[in-house]
Design a protein around this ligand. Structure first.
Ligand code: MSP
Length: 511
């Protein structure tokens, strides 16, 4: 069985989960579920980023110790993910002992390889982004160019990683692997950034200023820079490095059998530089293979402003979930955003997308099941079910290609189109007329068997995005479970007892 390792960013344990976090995580979940359904052995990693100045300050403000705050928030994220149907295999916290040991091992390795030096540093630091920006980036107003927050002038002793040394190699890697960063617009951004000389990366902070972090193995007065700490989580969870092994045997170069490298790192465009520049150069410095792909998605905006806590326009995905159900929230987020581009949240679009589920997919299921009950006593006729064979084949191929190419919105459009086509098939066949026609029996059998088969395929196609509803649908079709893609060809629907049940996506009062 082939394996697939995918990751979300680990979220700052300083704030509550919101729609932006939910989007990245649901995107990852949909891909993970799709891959499992396609028969792969998946490792899906998410978690919380728990060190650094941001957390230290947030905890102080709330009168808690940093770890108390992290415990609380990690719990909040885990609950939110459970509510949103996230099927991660591992939830990592950067305060875990194993992670701490792996970070120290990685730092030691970078130092042994001669890539670390010590220097006095002065620069503009954004606590919001936990990184330095150049004069040019912060502009005359001196604000962080990503979220517009404040920056502070810092001058102190830091250890540096010779990131500049890997610039050429990184550029070559990006040029030789056009699909390494997707979508292409984001890849071009990174290449644009790399057209300037790359500075070295400050990888430590004096403990006197920031105590909440992992100490450098060779200098206890400094803690590891939080992005270096955070990015390393992807290696920790892969099992590539045995932190307990002696230095020479820590699995570097000759890696422990593990899930490393990741097949894909998912993230928003705001944290692309850290993933596409800091992280791969750190890996090069430590002689570790690079992730196979980096996917940066766009932002959810409200109207045309970024969603942010300070602006007070944050959409709470769990609020929507309470009113419309988890499946509806997931569907909206996946269907509405072209993977990679920005999208604007509006209640109207949310309702439009919900109506698709209700009027097209839900309606197809309801009318099909009702007709099987009314005309065939609730048992699927044992007849050829090939009525929509060409449409189904085409939709499945387009769907699978889109999901494997990370164009999820296109894949789900293809799935919804198949449901739309099947509704058209009902109208064209007029099963109600066939039922009255003494000669219509065989045709009615074929029609109903075709519709049930199509619904079974739709259950497989929708399971990654609306898992609960897809399972419910499969059960109503008399299946034990949602079929895997490799099982679809041999799937027999005839003779199965169906249940009609209440609508899968009940109509809601738009108010
Ligand atoms: N802790 C770092 C990541 C470290 S990964 C080694 C971090 N955390 S975060 O809590 O800010 O969450 C970042 C993720 O949430 C990113 O993928 C980001 O793009 C996503 N989003 C936050 N707000 C968003 C929107 N409004 N829209 C879409 N996603 C956005 O950065």
């Amino acid at each position: 069985m082939s394996s697939f390792y995918l990751t979300t960013p680990i979220y700052y344990a300083s704030g509550e989960p919101h729609l932006g976090h939910a989007y990245t995580t649901i995107l990852a979940d949909v891909i993970a579920r799709y891959r499992r359904r396609a028969g792969q052995d998946v490792l899906f990693l998410t978690g919380t980023d728990e060190h650094g100045q941001k957390i230290q300050e947030a905890a102080a403000e709330q009168g808690m110790s940093p770890l108390e705050l992290c415990d609380l928030m990690a719990g909040r994220f885990e609950e939110a993910w459970e509510d949103l149907g996230i099927s991660h295999d591992r939830f990592i916290r950067t305060t875990e002992a194993e992670h701490r040991a792996v970070v120290m091992a990685l730092l030691e390795r970078l130092k042994d390889n001669g890539h670390i030096y010590e220097a006095e540093y002065a620069g503009w630091y954004s606590v919001g982004q936990e990184r330095y920006f150049t004069e040019k980036e912060i502009g005359p107003d001196r604000v962080d160019p990503i979220a517009g927050g404040p920056v502070q002038r810092i001058r102190e002793k830091n250890y540096f990683f010779r990131m500049s040394h890997f610039q050429e190699r990184l550029v070559r890697h990006i040029e030789e692997n056009p699909e390494w960063i997707v979508p292409a617009t984001r890849r071009n951004e990174v290449l644009g950034f790399l057209a300037q000389p790359l500075a070295d990366l400050s990888i430590s902070r004096p403990r006197a200023r920031i105590h909440w972090g992992i100490p450098l193995p060779w200098d206890d007065a400094q803690v590891c820079y939080v992005w270096v700490d955070a990015l390393t989580n992807y290696v920790t969870a892969s099992g590539a490095i045995d932190p307990g092994a002696p230095q020479e045997e820590r699995g570097f170069g000759d890696l422990r059998p593990s899930r490393w490298p990741a097949d894909v790192h998912l993230m928003g465009k705001d944290i692309l530089t850290t993933h596409a520049v800091y992280w791969p150069t750190l890996l090069m410095g430590a002689d570790l293979p690079l992730p196979r792909r980096i996917l940066a998605h766009g932002w959810w905006v409200v109207g045309d402003t970024k969603m942010s806590k300070s602006l007070g326009n944050v959409v709470d995905p769990l609020d929507l979930r309470e009113r419309f159900g988890t499946g509806a929230v997931r569907w909206y987020l996946m269907r509405e955003m072209a993977t990679g581009q920005d999208a604007s949240y509006t209640p109207d679009r949310f309702l439009t997308r919900y109506d698709e589920l209700s009027n097209i997919l839900g309606n197809l299921a309801h009318r099909t099941l009702s007709m099987v009950k009314r005309y065939r006593g609730g048992v699927v006729p044992d007849a050829p079910s090939d009525g929509l064979a060409a449409e189904t084949g085409k939709a499945l191929a387009a769907y699978r290609e889109s999901l494997e190419g990370y164009r999820l919105h296109e894949g789900f459009a293809a799935a919804m189109n198949l449901a739309r086509g099947a509704n058209g098939f009902v109208e064209a066949k007029e099963p109600w007329a066939l039922a009255r026609d003494p000669e219509g029996g065989n045709e009615l059998d074929r029609t109903l068997a075709t519709l049930v088969r199509t619904l079974a395929i739709l259950a497989a196609m929708f399971e990654p995005v609306t898992p609960n509803k897809a399972h419910k649908l499969a059960t109503r079709l008399g299946l034990d479970s949602v079929p895997l893609f490799p099982e679809l060809d041999a799937l027999e629907v005839g003779g199965r007892p169906v249940t009609v049940g209440s609508p899968l996506f009940p109509r809601v009062d738009p108010e």
